[in-house]
Write a protein that binds this ligand. Structure first.
Ligand code: ASP
Length: 337
C-alpha cells in the first residue's frame, strides 16, 4: 500500500466552525480522517504532519520554503508521495519554489487548499484533499512533479497563477494544459507529464531574495523607478511588461534599464498577460530591451520567474551562466527544450 504524507501549513482549508461560538478556527490535522471520513476508504496509508506554526499563506517567505523543503527531504524515503495543504493566496509561488528547489523529483508533491474552510458545509476542501491524495497514491501513474490540485484539475505547479478569489476555479495555467482531470474517472494526460528522471533527487536549501518585481504601467514615474533600481544589494529585476514583452521607449526609461544592466543587475522580462509569451524584437517597444541585454522570460509566469531567479542567484556565481539557465527549461516552466 502506498504511503502519503499530508503536510498542513495553514490557509483557509484548515478552518472548522466552532460548535459553540460559530467562529472559524484552525483544526487539528490529526483529526483529518474524522473531518473527512471518506479518506479511510482510500487504498493508501495517510500520515499527517502539521507545521509548528501554521500560517496564512500571505506570510510565506524564504525561511518557510526552506523549512518545507527540509521536511520533504527528511521524509522523502519513507513516503510515496506528499500532499501539502496550503493557503491559496501564494500557493502558485510555493509550488514554483518547490519545483526549483527539488531537482530530479521522483514522487508527486501535490499542493491543495480551498476557497471555503473544511468546516463549512459547501467546502471545496473535502474534494480537493480526497482527489489530491488519490492522485498522489495512484499505483499506475506516478507524477514526478510539484503540482497544484484544485477544482477537479491537476496542474503543473510552476505554470499556475491564482486568478479568482471568489469562485472555486481559482487557478489558471494559461501556457500549459492540465495534467489530469477529475470527473467520474481521473483522466491522466500521460504525454504532458514529466518523465521520470534517472538522476538522484537533490534538495536545494538556499535562495536569494535580492530581487524586485516591477510592473510596467502607463505613467510610471522616473524618480520612483530610479529609487528602487538604486537600492543597495539588488541582484535582479523582474520586469512585468505589456503583451509580448513591450515597455515604454522613453529615453529616461531605456537609459535607466541600460544603467541597471551595466551594474551587473539581471533584468528579466515576463509578460503581464496570463497566457502567451514574451517575444522580444517583435515590436519596436521591446527591440531596444533585447539589444541592451534584457533576458526574455518566454512564457514563464511571474511566480515561476521569481522562484527560478531566487534559486539561480543563490546557487550560481557567474551572471552569464545564470542568464543561460534563465532561458533553459529546467522544470517544465517554459515551453522550450
Ligand atoms: N488568506 C488565505 C491564505 O492564503 C486564503 C486561502 O487559503 O484561500 O492563507
Amino acid at each position: 500500500m502506498k504511503k502519503i504524507l499530508v503536510i498542513y501549513t495553514g490557509g483557509t482549508i484548515g478552518m472548522v466552525q466552532d460548535n459553540v461560538t460559530g467562529a472559524l478556527r484552525p483544526f487539528n490535522l490529526e483529526q483529518i480522517c474524522e473531518v473527512i471520513p471518506t479518506l479511510k476508504k482510500l487504498d493508501c496509508i495517510i500520515e499527517t504532519l502539521t507545521l509548528e506554526t501554521v500560517i496564512d499563506s500571505s506570510n510565506v517567505n524564504i525561511d518557510f520554503w526552506i523549512r518545507l523543503v527540509g521536511i520533504i527531504e527528511c521524509n522523502y524515503d519513507n513516503y510515496d508521495g506528499f500532499v501539502v495543504l496550503h493557503g491559496t493566496d501564494t500557493m502558485s509561488y510555493t509550488a514554483s519554489a518547490l519545483s526549483f528547489m527539488i531537482e530530479n523529483l521522483s514522487k508527486p508533491i501535490i499542493l491543495t487548499g480551498s476557497q471555503l474552510p473544511l468546516g463549512m458545509i459547501r467546502t471545496d476542501g473535502r474534494e480537493n484533499i480526497i482527489s489530491a491524495i488519490e492522485i498522489a497514491s495512484n499505483n499506475e501513474v506516478v507524477i514526478p512533479e510539484v503540482c497544484i490540485f484544485f477544482d477537479n484539475k491537476l496542474y503543473r505547479g510552476n505554470r499556475t497563477t491564482k486568478i479568482n478569489s471568489e469562485y472555486f476555479e481559482a487557478f489558471y495555467s494559461g501556457n500549459y494544459p492540465s495534467l489530469a482531470k477529475v470527473g467520474i474517472n481521473i483522466t491522466y494526460k500521460d504525454h504532458l507529464i514529466c518523465p521520470q528522471s534517472q538522476g538522484r533527487t537533490k534538495f536545494y536549501k538556499q535562495l536569494c531574495d535580492d530581487i524586485v518585481i516591477i510592473k510596467i504601467h502607463p505613467a510610471l514615474k522616473e524618480k520612483y523607478l530610479q529609487a528602487v533600481l538604486a537600492a543597495d544589494g539588488l541582484r535582479a529585476v523582474i520586469l512585468e511588461t505589456y503583451g509580448s514583452g513591450n515597455a515604454p521607449t522613453e529615453k529616461w526609461f531605456i537609459d535607466l534599464i541600460q544603467h541597471t544592466i551595466s551594474k551587473g543587475i539581471i533584468v528579466y522580462n515576463v509578460t503581464q498577460c496570463k497566457a502567451g509569451k514574451v517575444v522580444m524584437g517583435h515590436y519596436e517597444t521591446s527591440r531596444q530591451l533585447m539589444s541592451m541585454g534584457v533576458i526574455s522570460g518566454d512564457d514563464i509566469t511571474t511566480e515561476a520567474a521569481l522562484a527560478k531567479l531566487m534559486l539561480l542567484i543563490a546557487t550560481e556565481r557567474d551572471n552569464e551562466k545564470i542568464k543561460q539557465l534563465l532561458t533553459t527549461n529546467l522544470r517544465g516552466e517554459i515551453t522550450k527544450q
